[in-house]
Design a protein around this ligand. Structure first.
Ligand code: SER
Length: 887
């Protein structure tokens, strides 16, 4: 008996042999369609190939696509567990042609695979075609030899497939399997068609139209094929089962659920096990694709599915959280076909455990309240909307969970009453904002959040996606459209653009709509709404339009490298300097990083060297960077450093990187850096490239600031430094290795030469040598022997030494020297000790300085100094000093 894994392989191999490219399943969160909550069929990732907007280098493809139908047009949540063929998660096998083959080839492929490779009895198969599609009916007749009565024409939308309200669509032909007369039911189109006898197994869509929001439709330029066959259905058929949940893969999950809850798989808890098996798949795959439980949008759908499963586990009497314990069984079954499941295993387990632990705290009380309320009501009365709302608001019961609980008792909920209670609460919350004194222009973002919802951030794992423009804002006013040249803030329902926070700068890039384009120059967020600061560069863009969004990849890659390097730097500083090191601020820009941290003194060269070496060591380790979601307590227990001034909700994102060799260092003894962080990071530390510190300085009291570069910026910096050394070596005619010794030697030599020059100048001055004016001649003025001289090319600081020498030679007297250095004058005067009672050197200097254009001057009676800008007046200055001596 083939397993589901075998059947998937047979399918893909068949089409590979027939020249189809095998393409990986796309993520469950559609990157290319903001109007779709989850990927709900195989064609979603190819949507733009059908419409001709996108081209790839293949025109035939086959996939096994993970799909979730739990919201929007295709929603199966309510029925799951109670029926044989409803799932929130399923795999769709499909083959696709993009303007390559059409009906004439698609039908034979399907027929051959089913009847030859899968060996299905031809006489059990019948098909439907769209009522006007004679061509398809003809091919079925000719190629498959099906008689007229087994080609049923259907005039309804059942045979006209569309992905959603908009997008490519077309007539289809569906293949059915007849389980035989012992099961009740009639062929498609008959009044008994809802019975279980005739089961649809494969849908072949002839994509030839595109549908628009206003309900109009156009013919596509090319004719394409999109087929979809539920793996679980074909699996049930090939395994001789009637119920999808009896196939090997789902059966294994049901048994795992029964094992963990000590129940029999087919006992009274059977429905619960089925719900758990199905919901385990959808929740795990959604988490692996980046969806996190929340109270909005996709995150809320995930939470609804998780909590529905958790209530069923609770009904099985499980005392502790069970969902996370089933993840290993799921990974064992499906991890090979979908490797993302294994990669995200820890994240899935932690997320499920956290949600179940928290939900259990209120589940019992909520269920009791529900029972009490029901007891008060007439046995057929619906549960009042107010009560359902209280269960939602206080106990975290999504509406469909309450409905599910009531379904078992044959009761319902007053949904209109629930909606009314919900609207009332929103109105109250809104009134609270407007009264809270928020800045007037901030209220517009709260209005948008309430009206249009917050923005889903897709940028952790993609930098290109489609989003829908939910609002345009200019000058704090909402506007409908903006045209070329205008500056606007654009709000989208989902975006890959990171909004500035936690030191990481906002993304930039481009946005394109059908009729226009805009350059995004920054991204910020308020109240969960991402605003893209933009300038319209082409045409016109309008609210409500779909937009292609593309982050500037190179810039974002550089930002990611800098942000991850900051984490490594933080830990390296703690290792080198001690646990008092805590983050005080940071900047993660594309061109540099900056990290402020508490530490009182400058780092020594050895400390800086060690920090830089440690960071680079972990970069070269090239270990995967791991992201997980957990409670703040769990994160702290793991050793995550709480960041300064950050506010956290109930769940935190924990980013870890760097593997330790068991030396026990680092926060959890195994991982080097563990931090709470909402930023974007490299996948492997090796992506950082190289890390180099370019500056270390004080930022404020007790806070140091390190500036550093990574990747290409670091390479350029290092290369520029090396070139400088080479240039220096060339100048010095030395080898680069010898540059430092050579420069030291040159500096010593220079010092020595400078001393010699000074000495020579002094000697020259004393001797009255050439260029020093007339020889030093001692004159007697006012009874004081006086020597005055103007010296050229002598530095002012050499004057005192020369004066001392003159004083020594004269034995008794006064000296005044003026040094003329490039027109500027320094003046110094000296008086021998025996004469300081009669004349002061200070007075001599103060007499000369004003004449030299300067001010002041001072010192002691035996030695004083001053200066001025006009050395040209030196002789007049000497005269002024002589007048002091003359009295
Ligand atoms: N898109 C079609 C479906 O979902 C065929 O793949 O049924």
């Amino acid at each position: 008996m083939p397993t589901l894994n075998d059947i998937r392989s047979t399918f893909l191999n068949f089409f590979e042999k027939n020249d189809h490219q095998i393409v990986d399943s796309s993520p469950l969160v559609p990157r290319n369609d903001p109007t779709l909550m989850f990927t709900n069929s195989g064609m979603v990732q190819f949507k733009n190939l059908f419409t001709g907007v996108e081209h790839r280098d293949y025109s035939r493809a086959a996939t096994s696509q993970k799909c979730v139908r739990a919201g929007g047009k295709h929603n199966d949540l309510d029925n799951v567990g109670y029926t044989a063929r409803h799932h929130t998660f399923f795999e769709m096998l499909g083959n696709f042609s993009f303007g390559d083959y059409f009906k004439e080839q698609a039908i034979p492929y399907a027929w051959d695979l089913l009847t030859k490779d899968f060996g299905i009895d031809k006489s059990k198969l019948l098909v439907t075609v769209y009522h006007t599609d004679d061509e398809a009916a003809d091919i079925w007749k000719k190629y498959a030899g099906l008689p007229e009565e087994r080609i049923i024409r259907i005039a309804t939308d059942d045979n006209f497939w569309s992905m959603g309200a908009t997008g490519p669509c077309g007539p289809c032909t569906e293949i059915f399997y007849d389980h035989g007369p012992e099961i009740w039911g009639g062929p498609p189109g008959s009044p008994e068609e809802d019975g279980d006898r005739f089961i649809e197994i494969w849908n072949l869509v002839f994509m030839q139209n595109e549908r628009f929001e206003d309900g109009t439709q156009r013919d596509l330029d090319m004719q394409s094929i999109d087929t979809g066959m539920g793996l679980e259905r074909i699996g049930a058929l090939l395994q001789g089962k009637h119920d999808n949940y009896d196939t090997d893969l789902l059966r294994a999950l049901i048994e795992a659920s029964a094992n963990i809850t000590d129940g029999a798989p087919d006992g009274p808890g059977n429905v619960h096990h089925r719900v758990i098996a199905d919901h385990l798949r959808s929740t795990s795959f959604l988490i692996a694709d980046g969806v996190m439980p929340s109270n909005e949008g996709r995150g809320y759908v995930l939470r609804r599915i998780m909590r529905r499963a958790m209530r069923h586990a609770h009904q099985l009497g499980a005392g502790d959280p069970v969902m996370h314990r089933l993840v290993p069984s799921l990974v064992a079954q499906m991890g090979q076909a979908y490797p993302e499941l294994g990669r995200a295993q820890a994240l899935i387990e932690e997320t499920l455990k956290l949600e179940e632990t928290r939900f259990r705290q209120t589940l019992d009380r909520g269920l009791r309240l529900l029972d009490d309320e029901l007891d008060k009501l007439a046995s057929d009365a619906p549960l009042p909307g107010e009560t359902a709302f209280k269960l939602y608001d206080t106990f975290g019961f999504p509406l469909d969970l309450t409905q599910d609980a009531l379904r078992e008792k044959g009761r319902s909920v007053d949904v209109a009453g629930f909606d009314a209670a919900m609207s009332e609460q929103k109105a109250k919350a809104r009134a609270a904002w407007s009264g809270s004194g928020e800045a007037a222009d901030a209220t517009i973002w709260y209005d948008i959040a309430e009206d249009k919802g917050t923005t889903d951030f897709l940028g952790y794992d993609t930098e290109r996606a489609e989003g829908q423009i939910t609002a345009l804002v200019r000058d704090a006013q909402r506007i409908e459209a903006a045209s070329q040249g205008e500056e606007v803030q654009i709000v989208l329902n989902q975006t890959p653009f990171y909004a500035e926070s936690g030191g990481q700068v906002g993304d930039t890039g481009v946005l394109r709509t059908e009729g226009g384009a805009a350059r995004i120059t920054d991204t910020r967020k308020v109240a969960g709404v991402f605003l893209h600061v933009a300038e319209v560069t082409e045409g016109r863009i309008a609210a409500g339009e779909a937009a292609q969004l593309e982050v500037d990849h190179a810039r974002r890659a550089a930002i990611r490298a800098n942000h991850s390097a900051t984490h490594l730097l933080h830990e390296a500083l703690r290792e080198a300097l001690g646990d008092h090191v805590a983050q005080r601020g940071s900047l993660n820009a594309p061109d540099r990083l900056r990290f402020d941290f508490s530490h009182a003194k400058a780092l020594s060269a050895e400390e800086l060297e060690r920090v830089e070496a440690d960071v680079n060591g972990f970069i070269r380790q090239n270990a995967a960077v791991d992201t997980r979601i957990m409670t703040p307590d769990d994160a702290r227990a793991l050793g995550a450093q709480a960041l300064f001034g950050e506010k956290y909700g109930d769940e935190v994102r924990v980013v870890s990187m760097g593997k330790l060799d068991g030396s026990g260092k680092g926060s959890d003894g195994r991982t080097y850096s563990i931090e709470l962080c909402g930023g974007t990071h490299v996948r492997q530390t090796g992506d950082i490239g190289v890390f180099v510190v370019t500056g270390d300085q004080a930022s404020s009291a007790g806070v140091r600031r390190i500036e550093a570069l990574t990747g290409e910026a670091a390479r350029q910096y290092l290369s520029a430094q090396a070139h400088r050394v080479d240039a220096l070596a060339a100048e010095l005619k030395a080898r680069p290795d010898d540059v430092v010794t050579r420069v030291k030697a040159l500096m010593d030599e220079r010092k020595q030469l400078a001393n010699e020059v000074a000495q020579l100048r002094r000697e020259l001055a004393m001797a009255g040598g050439a260029g020093q004016g007339d020889g030093p001649e001692v004159r007697e003025i006012g009874g004081v022997p006086f020597l005055a001289q103007v010296l050229r090319g002598v530095s002012g600081k050499d004057l005192p030494a020369i004066i001392d020498e003159h004083k020594a030679r004269m034995g008794s007297g006064a000296v005044l020297l003026i040094a003329d250095a490039d027109g500027k004058a320094a003046v110094a005067a000296g008086v021998t000790q025996d004469l300081t009672g009669r004349v002061s050197a200070v007075d001599l200097v103060r007499a000369a300085v004003p004449v030299l254009g300067g001010k002041g001057g001072g010192g002691r009676p035996d030695m004083a100094q001053g200066g001025g800008p006009d050395a040209g007046n030196a002789e007049a200055a000497i005269k002024a000093a002589e007048q002091i001596l003359e009295g």
